[in-house]
Design a protein around this ligand. Structure first.
Ligand SMILES: O=P(O)(O)OC[C@@H](O)[C@@H](O)c1c[nH]c2ccccc12
Length: 260
C-alpha cells in the first residue's frame, strides 16, 4: 500500500471513532461554527505575491522539519510577513499537527486559514468550520468524483471555500465541479514524494480559468514563482522552505519582500 492510501485508511478509522466521541451536533454549537469566513480566493486574486504559508512540523517525506514549532508564533510571523493566507496541517499521526494548532492560528491571525488534512467525510468539514477554518482541501487522489462533489457542496453550504488538489490530468478531468473555488497542482507526488515544478507548468493550461490556480510544494526560490506566474498561477503554497528555518515568519517576510 502506498503512503497516501495508508493515510486515507487511517483517517477513515480515526473519523469513525471521533464521530462517536464528539457528535457533529455538538461541534455545531461551537462559536466559530457561525463565523463568517474570509475569502482566500479574493486575497489571491488581489495579491501580486499570493503566498500561502504553511504551518507544518513534519511530514512522511521530511520527518523533522521543525518539531518544536509553536503555532501562535509562526502564524503571527506569517501574517506580519504579508502572506495571503495560512495553511495549517491538522493531521497528527503523519504530520504532527492538530486541530488545536488550527484553533490557535484562528485566535492569532485575521488571514484566511486552510485546514490542511485528508478529508474523506463531511464530519471533518463540520470540524474545520467549528475550529475557525475558511478553506478546506480536497485531494483528488484519495476521493472518487462523486465524493468530491458531495464534500465540496457540503463545504460551500457551510460558507467555506474549497481548494481541490490534483497531481495529473486524469485527476483534474474527473474533479471539475462548480462547487470548487481553487485548483492546486501538487508538485509532489504524494505516492512517491518526488517533486517537480514542471507538473504545475504542464497542467496549468488544462485548468479552466474560472478557478484560481495554485502551485503547491517544493517551492524555495522566488524565481520559480515568477515562472509559475507566467503559466497563470496566482497562489503558491510554501511549507518546508519557511518551516525548516529558526524563524519561519522572518524567512517568509524576506521571501515576500524579494518577490515584490
Ligand atoms: O513543504 P512544501 O514542499 O513547501 O509543501 C507545502 C504543501 O504544498 C504540502 O505540505 C502539501 C501539499 N498537499 C498536501 C496534502 C497533504 C499534506 C501536505 C500537503
Amino acid at each position: 500500500m502506498n503512503i497516501l492510501d495508508k493515510i486515507a485508511a487511517r483517517k477513515r478509522e480515526e473519523v469513525a471513532f471521533l464521530k462517536e466521541e464528539v457528535p457533529a451536533e455538538s461541534l455545531q454549537l461551537l462559536p466559530h461554527f457561525n463565523r463568517r469566513c474570509i475569502s482566500l480566493k479574493e486575497n489571491l486574486k488581489n495579491s501580486s505575491t499570493g503566498i500561502i504559508a504553511e504551518f507544518k512540523r513534519r511530514s512522511p517525506s521530511h520527518p523533522e522539519i521543525n518539531l518544536e514549532a509553536d503555532a501562535a508564533t509562526v502564524t503571527a510571523g506569517y501574517e506580519t510577513a504579508g502572506a495571503s493566507g495560512i495553511s495549517v496541517l491538522t493531521d497528527e499521526e503523519f504530520f504532527g499537527g492538530s486541530l488545536d494548532d488550527l484553533a490557535i492560528a484562528r485566535e492569532t491571525v485575521k488571514l484566511p486559514l486552510l485546514r490542511k488534512d485528508f478529508m474523506i467525510d463531511e464530519y471533518q468539514i463540520i470540524e474545520a468550520k467549528a475550529m475557525g477554518a475558511d478553506v478546506i482541501l480536497l485531494i483528488a487522489a484519495i476521493l472518487k468524483p462523486d465524493e468530491i462533489k458531495t464534500l465540496s457542496k457540503k463545504a460551500k453550504d457551510l460558507g467555506l471555500e474549497v481548494l481541490l488538489e490534483v497531481h495529473n490530468e486524469e485527476e483534474l478531468k474527473n474533479a471539475i465541479f462548480d462547487t470548487v473555488d481553487m485548483i492546486g497542482v501538487n508538485n509532489r507526488n504524494l505516492k512517491t514524494f518526488e517533486v517537480d515544478l514542471q507538473t504545475s507548468k504542464d497542467l496549468a493550461e488544462k485548468i479552466p480559468n474560472q478557478f484560481v490556480k495554485i502551485s503547491e510544494s517544493g517551492i524555495s526560490e522566488t524565481s520559480a514563482i515568477t515562472e509559475l506566474q507566467k503559466s497563470g498561477f496566482k497562489g503558491f503554497l510554501i511549507g518546508g522552505n519557511f518551516m525548516k528555518t529558526e524563524d519561519p515568519g522572518k524567512s517568509a517576510s524576506e521571501f515576500i519582500q524579494k518577490l515584490k
